[in-house]
Design a protein around this ligand. Structure first.
Ligand code: ATP
Length: 283
């Protein structure tokens, strides 16, 4: 019997780096929310003790390097499971885009295998396993809207953002998250004021939210890829009330209230960017 699980992309409403930890990782603080752009995961339990991944993508491996594969193996090891699984992935989320596609696939596999193997684990327990795969996986296990801190494993739920439209523009480059974090230098710069964002979420205040979104990795990615900065400028020029790079980029998103505004931004951005999407929030 097949089980289907949606793996939604996320955007960062904020991304802040608080410092470097003794274990070599960065101490992060990220407010994230899920959007209605999904990968689709189909899961089949196998009697044989083996994990198999099938997908068609030029950019994503279908072997043990796949984050969905790693998630299944981590779950098996943590709970001594001797069954196997066939994981089929329909990839719709752009890869290496800052939208957390691989992390969301891993999270969806954890949620899905929890069901088909009747493990009855809580989301917190699944997120704990997810943290060993990647720093965005714990958030993706929970989904909706939350602030992730520590290495990304401490999750506090937040209210959903006010209803609005999001235009995503993904320049034709893939960005290595590792490389961007490595180049980040902690210095005086514009940082997110998380209290403003959190208050805007509690008060459902679209204008404050749109003017408070901030990502400290923007200058790093912009200096390596100036076209990403230009993309953000165009997003504002075409009418986005707020715009930001998601994750380590290169995807830029713009926020607007009306669908007609989203359409005109979409049409403007399509002039010089192949991958443009209009989506809604899920969180
Ligand atoms: P993040 O912002 O969480 O670091 P991202 O959205 O920038 O992620 P992904 O699309 O998750 O980037 O891909 C990052 C890398 O992970 C790519 O090199 C890709 O080949 C690899 N990868 C492994 N498994 C997957 C998967 N299931 N889906 C997408 N990428 C995967």
């Amino acid at each position: 019997m097949a089980l289907f699980e949606k793996a939604p992309a996320k955007i960062n409403l904020s991304l802040d780096i608080l410092g470097k930890r003794n274990d070599g990782y960065h101490e992060v603080e990220m407010i994230m929310t899920t959007i209605d752009l999904y990968d689709r995961i189909e899961l089949h339990s196998l009697a044989e003790d083996k994990i198999k991944v099938s997908l068609w993508s030029r950019y994503v491996p279908n072997d043990e390097r796949n984050l969905a594969y790693k998630a299944a193996v981590a779950l098996k090891q943590a709970y001594n499971i001797t069954k196997g699984a066939h994981i089929k992935i329909e990839k719709n989320i752009p890869v290496s885009a800052g939208l957390g596609g691989g992390s969301s696939d891993a999270a969806a596999v954890l949620r899905g295998l929890n069901k088909i193997w009747s493990l009855n684990l809580s989301l917190a327990e699944l997120a704990h396993i997810g943290a060993t795969i990647g720093s965005d996986v714990p958030f993706c296990v929970h989904g909706e809207t939350a602030i992730a801190s520590g290495r990304g494993e401490i999750i506090e739920k937040l209210p959903s953002p006010p209803s609005c439209w999001i235009v995503l523009a993904k320049p034709d480059i893939g960005v290595s998250t590792k490389n961007i974090f490595k180049r980040y230098i902690h210095e005086a710069r514009s940082r997110p004021v998380k209290e403003d964002i959190i208050q805007a979420l509690y008060e459902s205040d679209f204008m404050t939210l749109a003017s408070s979104i901030e990502n400290v990795l923007e200058p790093v990615t912009f200096s390596l890829y100036p076209e990403v900065k230009r993309m953000k400028e165009k997003m504002s020029k075409y009418g986005a009330v707020g715009s930001l790079m998601s994750g380590s980029g290169p995807t830029i998103y713009g926020l607007v209230k009306q669908h007609s505004k989203a359409k005109s931004i979409y049409n403007g951005m399509r002039g010089f960017c192949d991958e443009v999407y209009i989506v809604r929030l899920l969180g």
